[in-house]
Design a protein around this ligand. Sequence first.
Ligand SMILES: C[S@@+](CC[C@H](N)C(=O)[O-])C[C@H]1O[C@@H](n2cnc3c(N)ncnc32)[C@H](O)[C@@H]1O
Length: 198
Amino acid sequence: MSKITDPWDHHDWDSKKYVADWAARQDEREAERRDVFELIARTLPYEQDVAINILDLGAGYGALSQFLLDRFPNASVVCQEGSEEMVKLGRERMARLNGRVKFVLCDFSKSGWCRKLNGPFEGVVSSIAIHNVRSHDTIREIYGETYSLVKPGGCFVNFDRMTPSLKQQKKWLAEAGFENVQCFRDWGRRALVGGFRR
Ligand SMILES: C[S@@+](CC[C@H](N)C(=O)[O-])C[C@H]1O[C@@H](n2cnc3c(N)ncnc32)[C@H](O)[C@@H]1O
C-alpha cells in the first residue's frame, strides 16, 4: 500500500515502527471508544446469538472486530486491511480468536477490491479508516463496492471523519443503493453514518 497522508495527519501504515507506535498510543485510548463500538453493535440488525459474518474495513489490529465478536458470540469477522504490518499485528493480537477471524490484505482505494473478499456479509463496519484515501471520488466508489458486499437485510455502518461533509456522505451512501441512510450520532468532525440493504 502506498504511503497515505491526509490534510490532518501523516500516516505511514506500511512502516512497522509507525504501526507499533500508533497501536501503543491507541491502546491507552481504547476505553474512549467503547460507547461508539457499543452503538455500532446495536445498529447491526441481528439478535446477539445469530451466526452472522461481519466485514471490518480498514480493521487495523481489530479493536472493533474484537468488540463485535464479544457482543455476538456466534459471529465471525473478516478484517480487511491495506497494511501488511497492521495485519501482522492484528493476527498476533487476535490469535485467541482463531477460527472466528480472518485477515484479508487488500487496498480499498483500488477498484475491484470487493472481489478479494468472500462476501456478502450481514454487516459491514468501519472505524476511522476510509477517510485515509482522501479522494472524494474514491470514498464514493468504496461505498459503491461496499453495497455489493452487504447481504439483503444487512447494513453498513461507518464511524469516520466526515470529509467533505456528513450531508455528502449520506448522499453517497444513498447513491450506492443503501436505504434508510442515517447519521446514528454526530460528534462534529466525526460521525457514525450508515444504511441498510433491502
Ligand atoms: C486510524 S487506523 C484505524 C484502524 C481500526 N479501524 C481502528 O479503528 O482501530 C486506519 C486503518 O486504515 C487502514 N487503511 C488506510 N488506508 C487503507 C486502504 N486504502 N485500504 C485498506 N486499509 C487502509 C490503515 O492501514 C489503518 O490500519
